[in-house]
Ligand binder design. Sequence first.
Ligand code: ADP
Ligand code: MG
Length: 422
Amino acid sequence: MTTTMTHTRTATAAEAATPLLELRHVSRTYRLKRPLPIGPHRIVSALDDVSLRLGDGETLGVIGESGCGKSTLGRIVSGLEAPSSGQVLFSGEDVTRLGKAERKEMRRNIQLIFQDPSASLDPRKTVGRIVGEPFEIHRGLVSPERRRAKVGELLELVGLNPDHADRLPHQFSGGQQQRIGIARGIALEPRLLVCDEAVSALDVSVRAQIVNLLADLQREFGMSYLFIAHDLQIVEHMSDRILTMYLGRVVETGPTREVYENTSHPYTGALLSAAPELRTGRGIEREHVVLSGDPPSPIDPPSGCRFRTRCWMATEICATTVPQPVTIAGRSSGSGRPDDAGSGESAQLGTASAGEDSGTASAGEDSGSASARDASSTASAGTTAAQPAGTHTAACHFAAEVPAALSLTTTAHPTTTPEETR
Ligand code: ADP
Ligand code: MG
């Protein structure tokens, strides 16, 4: 890949000890209008007590059904919204306490890639202007005379023709438009990219190309990703670690391979079992667990474990006790991407040949990136202490009580069959 970007950075020892991003007990509520002129406001609990850590160069994949708070999390991390309570630390600094100038610098370091590329690009502006816009907001980084050349470099970096800088967004395909969005996102050389369903709106044939582009850019520039997507295979491909969310809360977190192959939480198991391509293979045979109904309303979430109303293993205690997230031990999130993932061998997601996109993102065999993930070292997210590699911290009480039932393999099906099993 051709590049003249300058910012491949090496974390200092102090930074390595401090995660790039840390959320401590973050909650976010929204106050809705009263249904009647009198009476209480209704409060939506979109995020509740969310803690996480993300290291330099690392990717944290966020999964969970629609409405579980993924986008709210993305907005809070990218500074578009403040949490109602809790702390957001970037390089160890509480972002809510930053002054104006420091906050602007922080914003520069965290960029968001949106789901719908066409909606996120101003149709009246040329692509060159869109990509160069961050330099107008953050003046002094690139001189006005150099901007055009810099925009050309960025377009080339994301696999677009620099000569097309004067075209308008509608003259590009969906995949190319997302490349434009990515070029704008990386223009200021951020340290963290929040990708909120960044490939979900794209044709399947183009998706893998954009995913591979994001992976290439990360390898090259050492950015961290908060990667939100509902395609569980893509999340697996991209992520070092996984965070499963349910109704605003984190229910499980751990290294990708561990979470995917050794699922501890019944909800994560149900989610993964819904993806046919993840049901079998790699020595796993998952039973398809179909969850009954939709998640309850975040206006009046269930007491105790919020998943209990759909959990086939729920007992009385689930109504009264809020479980800690199940934390599967893995490598530390403070140390960045594992060495093997940075070896220059590019794990590429298989691309369909019919892609409309003639970008630089290359096709390749699906080498199953999870195999490149390191599951050694210490516990990384959540509130639990370090555990020996591979052990499960059964912080959720039913994980402690019925461990066999939690392994969604052919050898250990849930004792109580869920609603419907295929
Ligand atoms: P996801 O991205 O996982 O689909 P969201 O973060 O968009 O979930 O939403 C989480 C919950 O918060 C949903 O119930 C949603 O309706 C609610 N919500 C999000 N933003 C607002 C808002 N601005 N006002 C009221 N409710 C909101
Ligand atoms: Mg969303």
